[in-house]
Design a binder for this molecule. Sequence first.
Ligand SMILES: [Cu+2]
Length: 459
Amino acid sequence: MNRRNFFAGAATAVAATTVSRVAMAALPEPVMQSSTATAPPLAPPNGRPYNPVVTLNGWTLPWRMNAGVKEFHLVAEPVVREMAPGFKVNMWGYNGQSPGPTIEVVEGDRVRIYVTNKLPEHTTVHWHGQRLPNGMDGVGGITQPHIPPGKTFVYEFTARRPGTFMYHPHADEMVQMAMGMMGFWVTHPKESHPLIEPVQRDFCFLLGSFDVEPGSATPKVNTMTDFNIWSFNSRVFPGIDTLNVRRGDRVRIRVGNLTMTNHPIHIHGHEFEVTGTDGGPVPRTARWPEVSVDVAVGQMRQMEFIADEEGDWSLHCHKAHHTMGPMGHEVPTMIGVDHKGVAEKIRKLVPDYMVMGDKGMADMGGMEMPIPDNTMPMMTGAGPFGSAEMGGMFTLLKVRRDQKPGDYKDPGWFKHPAGTVAREVPGAAVPPTTRNAPSQDNSNNTDATVRKPSGAHNH
Ligand SMILES: [Cu+2]
């Protein structure tokens, strides 16, 4: 009897306590992660060699080689994810974190993944984008029975095509994905591939959205569109690590979208090409230069470019409200309204009352506003020149000439060469606003007549 058949039989025939003891003895030890730091790339200790990816504020799951099969063990469980310093959210994830660990294999690898369910409800794992036997597709009720709480199921298939993939439950999806259950999967090519360039830096992250009421710690799971936390790998700016590269590196950034809306991902200072999707490598004739790429719901995109401009380059979603932290959408627009003194009067009655500034909202970035415990300011993040006024899907691509090959450490803020920073023009007064229209006397010049519609014309 092979191991898989043993499990299938054991789960139904043997008492639960016996099963778990026997089964656990045969399972690869689950590896857990408690840190939210970006783990260094995991060099493959065995199997075919490859150039590993770096998961932003995440990590790659180690495997056990068992008679030529790569065995992984995922544990679906409640976790606490620190989304930004001091802001902790109760999520569901895998092996201690949301998102779960990245799974890295090589084209042609035989892969066996044990999934233990420690959630309070059943789950499954769907291997998004993979070619596999239908019964391994992880759709609860359709291709397999759900994995009940406390049970372990096993998936097994061959990673048939190289590329960028993800995994997530296909069981009570709205709730489980709203709680943060998702993970990245990369299948590296087994030999040089005509459409897959070797790169020096290979980053990956998943786009996430959560609805966490300020002051609370658990996402609202029935939110359909009105999310207030926008994340890269369940982290928000300034909690997202930077992408640190050496000048001249060829860089690949893989992004997958498991939110309920699209995200135009934008990179400053460089043009990139989309070299692949979850459907595979893009033919060269179908690539064109971009500085933003829209990642639709359920899609994945691979951006590639040569990082040849030194500096701290923004990398963010171009939907402006996705680079902000939680805010009340009921805040009225007050630009141009003189409400001096009004807020103070109201604050005597409602202590934390605040209104949008009469010059815009930038004031809020620097302001120390009273906020509830366990949330984050709407606009935050200190840069070398002041507040970055950001809060969600935003980080930096840091390109440095002296970053060592293979070194992913944050080099700190860019030191701009003298004379290369936008600066104030001293002594230049703002000229008065003038209009070019010739002056004329309009007092007797009526060019519009307003007629009130009469009842007869009302039809
Ligand atoms: Cu977005």
